[in-house]
Each structure stands twice: as structure tokens, then as C-alpha cells.
Design a binder for this molecule. Sequence first.
Ligand SMILES: [Fe+2]
Length: 150
Amino acid sequence: MENSEIIKELKSLCQLDIDAVHAYNECLHHIDVPEVKRQIEHYRADHERHIKDLSALIHSYKEKAPDFSPDLKGYMLDVFSKIRSLSGTEGALKSLKGGENLTNKRYAKAIDQDFPANIRSVIEKNYRDEQRHLTYVEECIDNKVWKKAA
Ligand SMILES: [Fe+2]
């Protein structure tokens, strides 16, 4: 891969993780099941770590990492439109599921590319986190955790 392609891809992934943290912050206001809230806070910390690790890689190319502000198009638009249509923990989890689907698709696409080994290992690690996030959110929805809490 050319350096310019690598940088572009790293910045795009970093922006996606930034968007995810903003979406998590919004969703967390709506989650009132303590156990689920704790887990989602833990996953938000994963996204924060992704931003830190991807930014360090971007810096290694003497490039500037994206600012911590959401890109209001793709990810955010999807998550926020869902959160408006459904309330409470159920709405928040269904919104997050949309977001996690997106990060999983995006990381799956990244993993197919021919990155240098040090970058590849970061992307693989982040992708494993994303798979775990999606599995958990889907389990919560399948089990209707918002009903058990009521
Ligand atoms: Fe995630």
C-alpha cells in the first residue's frame, strides 16, 4: 500500500471511532439498566483506546490525526435518527447496534488490505473489540434487558 492510502485509511478509521464515542455518550444518557450501562462504558473506553492507537500511527507518518469532533454524516446520522424514534434503553441499544454494524463492516474492509504488520495488528485488535461489542449489544436486544429491569 502507498503511504497516502495508509494515512487516508487510518484517518477514516479514526474518525469512525471518534463518531462512535460521541454516539456512545448520547446513548449512555438513555440506558437505565446499571449492568448494561457499565458494559457500554467499558466499550466506550475501547473506542477511546482505538482513537489513541490510530492517532499514534497517523503521527508516525508526520500527519495530523482527526480532531475529536463528530462527522455528522454516516455513523452519527444513523445512530441519532434511531435514537429519536425509540426511547430508553431499548432505543439506545438498537441505535448502538446500527453503529456497531457499521464499525464491524468498516473494520472488516480494512482488514482485507495490505497494511504493514504494525498497523495490521492494531486493526485486528480493534476489529476483535468491535465483534465483541456487536455480540453483546445483540444479546441485550435478544434478551430484552430493558424489560427485565422494569
Ligand atoms: Fe464498538
